[in-house]
Design a protein around this ligand. Structure first.
Ligand SMILES: [Fe+2]
Length: 200
């Protein structure tokens, strides 16, 4: 051993965890929301997809904006302001799935589990599609040698990730409730006079 001096991870994909405990008002509000069934066997979403504007969500909104600001610092992104563009509830009945998807036209997306759900995880997929071209048999799966990462949904856990990252939910073990949102960075994009700069 000890021939490699250093292993350096490049082109990292970061998932940022946080924790938030819902108060009783917020739990009631979530459970009393109206839902639209998208199609059979698919997770339903709340009719209101701008929950960030509702009073009961104020504390939670502050939490995710503060978390996203820390993420911007970690990524080294400048920003004028962070804006939640949508926020909604997902509800899956037993065996409902949520097919692989990402969230276009946003920078960060997130999910949070206000209730105790059964184990049904969330899957994240390796964005480097060429990385799974050869797959030497693995002694043990880890974040370097895997092309899909499964995340257990734990009550109070929140995850934020780049909006381009594909994710899905397998058939639900039982009723499963989560909240989702998208965030855009308001500010300057690109280097000045690069012909690839914008103010968004
Ligand atoms: Fe999603």
């Amino acid at each position: 051993m000890a021939n490699v001096k250093k292993h350096i991870d490049i082109f990292a994909t970061t998932i940022s965890e946080f924790e938030y405990v819902a108060d009783e008002d917020l739990k009631k509000e979530i459970l009393n929301s109206e839902f639209e069934q998208i199609k059979k066997s698919h997770t339903s979403t709340s009719n209101d997809i701008n929950l960030q504007n509702k009073n009961q969500y104020k504390g939670f909104v502050t939490k995710i904006i503060d978390t996203a600001k820390e993420m911007c610092d970690f990524y080294g992104y400048e920003y004028d302001e962070l804006e939640i563009t949508n926020m909604w509830i997902n509800i899956s009945q037993k065996n409902d799935t949520h097919m692989p998807h990402n969230h276009s036209n946003n920078i960060f997306s997130g999910v949070w589990y206000p209730f105790k759900n059964k184990i049904t995880p969330i899957f994240f997929y390796d964005p480097r599609n060429v990385a799974s071209f050869w797959q030497p048999r693995r002694k043990k799966f880890n974040v370097i040698n895997s092309n899909m990462i499964s995340y257990e949904n734990k009550q109070h856990l929140g995850l934020m990730f780049p909006s381009w990252l594909y994710h899905s939910v397998p058939p639900s073990d039982e009723t499963r409730i989560s909240l989702s949102w998208n965030i855009i960075i308001r500010g300057k994009y690109g280097e000045p006079n690069s012909l690839q700069n914008a103010s968004i």
